[in-house]
Design a protein around this ligand. Structure first.
Ligand code: PLP
Length: 446
């Protein structure tokens, strides 16, 4: 597996370790055959073997190389290397969507009868996957309050394979206590898996002790709202073989691969047992690879991600201040207006910005919220976040509508809550659109 065999030192061509540089240089220099600087789109299913011995060695993992694009592809491979470098991990695996990424993160460790403990503050799609679909296959997800690190320990037992949370979950937008929970988990031999979708560049969960990071690349990484994708980064910082009973999928002989023990098989390739098993078993059997064309588009987005995050975050900060001072607004939700423990956690985990998601509640409640959305002219009304364009939605009737009223309340979705994903347009134009929509919402009420 060529992509997996590169260690974390593969930062690409001596290009340093700053995110602005890594996203342009890590994992790729130029095509050895043509000199192409842009990463070529290898739109092919299969790769010609040199001879029968070469084919046999590739299948036996004795040599790295491409076989078939369900398992790996050279264009996708560059995105995987670049994202592993950006997050400070050992290797990565790109998938067809963020949902596939979170599914694989859990399935890579859990069999029927096992469980994970998850924060309640997670994306609606992840909630459904955890509460319903995984349960169908005998995997139990125990939900706990993310504000209480001890709750993760209290909900765990011998069959707990991982803890799961989001760095900056909407709608509450309270930064998860990554360092505290990761340290507790390490003491018990339980890895923390972080969904870092809403905080690329501004947070590196692995630096705070997380073992695995996943993203929906659909959002800020792509940035242009053109492709659906996901990625899982192996932190390479968790000793799975120190807890053989807790991680049977990685420590026991795998009958689907000649009895391979993944913690042993990975040794010559670096600390990549988790992602190696995910590629060789789950991707092989379940599929859901990222398409080469989409990997190319995500690479284009990734090149400007640090620059875009700066503008996203600066604009969101201005919008938070504008809304907090507006007479029609009852409440603003953004890390910049958080106090107490929430503020301390934001300061401890975020660098260079507080994200570009923002929520607020209108004094006129759900009806005013609806009028506000209808009156927006520049903001798009869509079920997406992280686009370069500014976006707005009313979660209670859309993204969180499949949750019960109690589940919505637990997730922090009140009836009048409006969610904004602030884009990179000029701040004056963003504020002008918000101002006229707020006036329309208030005017209709009077
Ligand atoms: C969108 C999203 C997902 C799911 O990603 P898709 O690419 O839409 O499958 C998972 N987690 C978070 C935080 C998201 O915003």
């Amino acid at each position: 597996m060529a992509s997996s065999s590169k260690s974390r030192s593969d930062r690409g061509n001596g290009s340093g370790s700053n995110p602005e540089t890594l996203v342009l240089h890590a994992g790729w220099r130029a095509d050895p055959g043509t000199g192409s600087v842009a990463v070529p789109i290898h739109q092919t299913t299969s790769f010609q073997f040199q001879d029968t011995g070469h084919a046999a060695r590739l299948f036996a993992l004795q040599e790295g190389g491409n076989i078939y694009s369900r398992i790996m592809n050279p264009t996708v491979d560059v995105l995987e290397r670049r994202m592993a470098a950006l997050e400070g991990g050992s290797a990565a695996l790109a998938l067809g969507s963020g949902q596939a990424a979170s599914t694989f993160c859990v399935m890579n460790l859990c069999s029927a009868g096992d469980n994970i403990v998850s924060s309640t503050a997670i994306y609606g799609g992840t909630w459904n996957l955890f509460a319903n679909t995984l349960r169908q296959f005998g995997i139990e997800v125990r939900f706990v309050d993310p504000a209480d690190p001890q709750a993760f320990a209290a909900a765990s037992d011998d069959r707990t394979r991982a803890w799961y949370a989001e760095t900056l979950p909407n709608p509450k937008l309270e930064v998860f206590p990554i360092a505290e929970v990761a340290a507790l988990g390490r003491g018990m031999g339980i890895p923390l898996i972080m969904d870092n979708t809403a905080a690329p560049v501004i947070c590196r969960p692995l630096d705070h002790g997380a073992a695995v990071v996943m993203h929906s690349t659909t959002k800020w990484i792509g940035g242009h709202g053109s492709s659906i994708g996901g990625i899982v980064v192996d932190g390479g910082n968790f000793d799975w073989s120190a807890h053989p009973a807790r991680f049977p999928t990685l420590n026991q002989p795998d009958p689907s691969y000649h009895g391979a023990v993944w913690t042993e098989a990975a040794k010559p390739m670096g600390p990549i047992a988790y992602i190696l098993r995910m590629r060789t078993c789950l991707l092989r059997d379940i599929g859901a690879p990222m398409a080469p064309m989409n990997a190319f588009l995500f690479l284009q987005g990734l090149e400007t991600l640090p620059l875009r995050m700066e503008r996203h975050c600066a604009n969101a900060l201005r919008v938070a201040a504008f809304l907090a001072a507006h007479p029609e607004v009852a409440r603003v939700i953004h890390p910049s207006v958080a106090g107490g423990e929430a503020r301390r956690r934001a300061e401890a985990h975020l660098r260079g910005g507080l994200g570009s998601l923002l929520g607020f509640e209108l004094k006129g409640g759900a009806e005013a919220g609806g009028r506000f959305i209808e009156a927006l002219r520049m903001f798009y009304h869509v079920a997406n976040i992280g686009d370069a364009r500014s976006l707005a939605i009313h979660p209670a009737t859309t993204t969180h509508s499949q949750l019960s009223a109690e589940e919505q309340a637990a997730a922090g979705v009140t009836p009048g809550y409006v969610r904004l994903s602030i884009g990179i347009e000029h701040i004056d134009d963003i504020l002008a659109d918000l101002d006229q929509a707020l006036a329309a919402a208030a005017g209709a009420a009077a």
